[in-house]
Design a protein around this ligand. Structure first.
Ligand SMILES: *Cc1c(COP(=O)(O)O)cnc(C)c1O
Length: 391
């Protein structure tokens, strides 16, 4: 064999079955081969295990899928290249022309876009309510045959809590599927509820380090089976190296989520006691209007603390720019703290009435609490509140 041939067919190294790596290797390969045409065909017909093409499956992706399914308490999962691709592909796979979707004003902006603009182009209609309007949900579900209800809890950015048993109860009664974007609450929460499909952005708490994007759809295997082919041909596949990084991030997921929730609680309490602050939105505060519901549904209240400054837009600008330890940027759930200014929370696609429902004001600031020492974060926030000024 000449050397140009050899570099394309390097020596194989087999690891003995009784000598396994502690951390699984990254299967950074697109293709897998069988020895014969017949075995290849048996595999493609689903008659034997194995792998063929990474867009359809890959051992590193499969390891991540099995772990995520178990964490959320369901039996199967599909991973995708980002959180929005998990949402979009789920909606495309579960709806068809003429279907109706129930969604909410407090939903993540790109998800609203997908339902209103993208699905709308393909003849899927929707109704958008406030997540607090349970009576409205019953009115819509009882009068309009609805394919699915898509919602979030806590909502972004003002951490409203969805009444999950009420929503799943109504959806069952009227034969609609429930899709919960569970990114904020995380993989260890809400698994006990009668939810059909969970979607997650793995970009946030799951990976934690803020250096990789990913998404996941988690459900019973019969639901995943109906979506698998659509996902394969849409082709928004997660890269095996990204899956490896997310698997590594998940090793510290539980300690991170707990520590971030504890620091967030302290910062929420500090903000609630400060004269420059009009209102704090954190489910762990007794003053949160749905604190009892949050306590009944959640174990940890998460790392997102949102609050309204009395001084409005200008005070908010001064506050976010005075912070030293919080990066002024999008996203959440990473080890470094982050902040979003009200000017960055565009809700231009909503009517004035819907904007009122969204509860975002000119002085609304969203903090994502990281893993810095909480005393340092408190010092930074206190100093920035002073810089923001009073009224
Ligand atoms: C960030 C986010 C998404 C989108 O995830 P990406 O990984 O950024 O594509 C979807 N839903 C919620 C609730 C999010 O916070």
């Amino acid at each position: 064999m000449k050397k140009p041939t050899r570099v394309n067919h390097p020596p194989r190294v087999d690891v003995p079955a009784d000598n396994q790596p502690v951390v699984a290797p990254i299967y950074q390969t697109v293709k897998f081969e069988f020895e014969t045409v017949d075995e290849t065909l048996r595999h493609l017909r689903g008659e034997r295990p194995g792998f063929f093409y990474t867009r359809t499956s890959n051992p590193t992706l499969r390891q991540l899928e099995l772990l995520l399914a178990e964490l959320q308490g369901r039996d199967d999962c599909l991973v995708t290249a980002s959180g929005v691709s998990a949402v979009t592909q789920t909606l495309l796979a579960l709806t068809k022309q003429g279907d109706h979707v129930l969604c909410f004003v407090e939903t993540y902006n790109p998800t609203r876009y997908v339902i209103r603009r993208l699905l709308g182009r393909f003849g899927v209609t929707h109704t958008m309510l406030s997540i607090e309007d349970v009576a409205g949900m019953e009115r819509v579900l009882s009068s309009t045959k609805t394919r699915l209800v898509l919602f979030e809890s806590p909502t972004n950015p003002v951490t409203k809590i969805a009444d999950i048993p009420a929503i799943t109860g109504l959806a069952r009664k009227y034969n609609a599927l429930t899709v919960l974007d569970n990114t904020f609450a995380g993989l260890h929460q809400h698994g006990e509820f009668d939810i059909d499909v969970y979607v997650h952005s793995l970009t946030k708490y799951a990976s934690g380090a803020g250096d990789v994007m990913g998404g996941a759809v988690i459900a019973r295997s019969d639901i995943i089976r109906t979506m698998r082919t659509d996902f394969g041909v849409i082709g928004n596949v997660l890269d095996p190296h990204a899956a490896f990084l997310i698997l590594r991030g998940l090793k510290t997921y539980f300690v991170r989520y707990k520590a971030q929730s504890e620091s967030a609680q302290r910062i929420a309490e500090l903000l609630a006691a400060h004269p420059a602050v009009a209102r704090v939105h954190y489910p762990g505060l007794p003053s949160h209007p749905q604190h009892a519901l949050a306590r009944a549904q959640m174990k940890d209240f998460g790392g997102i603390v949102t609050f309204d400054l009395k001084g409005g837009a200008e005070a908010a600008k001064r506050f976010v720019e005075a912070l030293k330890l919080f990066a002024l940027t999008a996203s959440l759930g990473s080890t470094e703290s982050l902040v979003v200014a009200p000017q960055m929370m565009a809700v231009r696609d909503l009517t004035p009435e819907q904007q009122r429902m969204s509860a975002i004001t000119e002085g609304t600031v969203r903090l994502s609490i990281g893993l810095e020492d909480p005393d340092d974060l408190i010092e930074d926030v206190t100093r920035a509140l002073e810089a923001a000024g009073g009224q």
